[in-house]
Design a protein around this ligand. Sequence first.
Ligand code: SF4
Ligand code: SF4
Ligand code: SF4
Length: 300
Amino acid sequence: MPDKNNRGFKKPNKTKENKDLKLNRRDFLKLSVPVTGLFVFGLEPIFGQASNETPTVVSPDTVAMLYESSKCLGCRRCEDACRRWNKLGDEYRPTDVSPKSLTTLKYREVNEKGKTKWLPSKWQCMHCLDPSCVNVCPTEALQKTKEGPVSYDESNCIGCQYCVSACPFSIPRFDWEHNRVVKKCTFCTDRLAEGLEPACSSVCPVNALTFGDRKTVIGKAAEAQFNGAYIYGKDEAGGTSWIYTSDVSFEERGVPSVKEESYPLYSKTMLGSQLGTIAFGLTALGVYSVYLRRKRLNGG
Ligand code: SF4
Ligand code: SF4
Ligand code: SF4
C-alpha cells in the first residue's frame, strides 16, 4: 500500500542524501575556489601582455601628427582619402568614427557675436603612447609598434571587444554588418612602410595636418601653446601620437575630456572587476543550486 504522504515515491534516505548533499557542497566549494582563482588571477596574465606600471619612454624619433584645428576647413578630404586608401567606399558622411570611416570630422555649433559658427575637429585613433587597447587584446591583434603607431591585424582579431571597452577615446568600433571584428585607424602603417605619409595628411589643402617625428611635432605644439593656443593629446591618457592645437578650448570644440594618466592600469582594474563579477556569478549560482537541492529534499 503506497504511503499517502509519500505519494508513491520512494522516501528519500535523508541521512544518505544529506551525506550526498554535504559531499556535493564540499565538491562545489572545492571546485569554486580554483574556478574563482582561475577567473580572478589565472586569466590576468593573458591580459597583462605589456607591463604598464612603469612610465612609457618614447623615442623622439617615433612618428606623430600635428593637427592644427584652427586651420582646418572641415572639407572632409582627409576622411575621403582614408576611406579610399582603406577601401571603405565613398559618399559616406558619418558623425562619428565607424567601421566604414576610420576618421571623421566632428562639428560643434557655437555662437560668436550673434553669428552661428561651426568648429570642425578631426577624429580618429590617437595612437596612445601606452595604449590600453593593446594591453587588453588577448590575441595581439593590436600592437604598439616601435615607430609609434598602434597597428591592427584584422586576421588575428577574435571580436571579443575588450579594446572597445578599454579605449579612453572610444575609438575601436565593432563591425556588426560584415566580418564581426573591430575597425580602427592604423596610422596607415602600410603606407609608412612604403615611405609614404598617412593618406589623410597627404591630401589636406591647407596643411592643417603635419606628419613628422614626435620631437618636431611636440616642438611646434609647444610653440603654439606659448602663443596662447590650447593643446590636446600631449598628456591625455599618458600622451598620444596625435597632437592637436586650437585657438578655442577643446571643451568648446566638443573633443572628449580624457584624464592625463595612462589608461592600461584602469583597463586592468576594469577587467579585474569584470572577471570578479563572473567569479561571483559562478559562486552565487553554485550556492543557489545547493539551496534548491536542499529545499527539494526537505519537500519544500
Ligand atoms: S586611442 Fe584607443 S584605440 Fe587608439 S591607441 Fe589609444 S587606446 Fe588604442
Ligand atoms: S576585439 Fe579584436 S582587437 Fe579588440 S581586443 Fe578583441 S581580439 Fe583584440
Ligand atoms: S583635409 Fe585638412 S582641412 Fe580638410 S577636413 Fe581634413 S584636416 Fe581639415
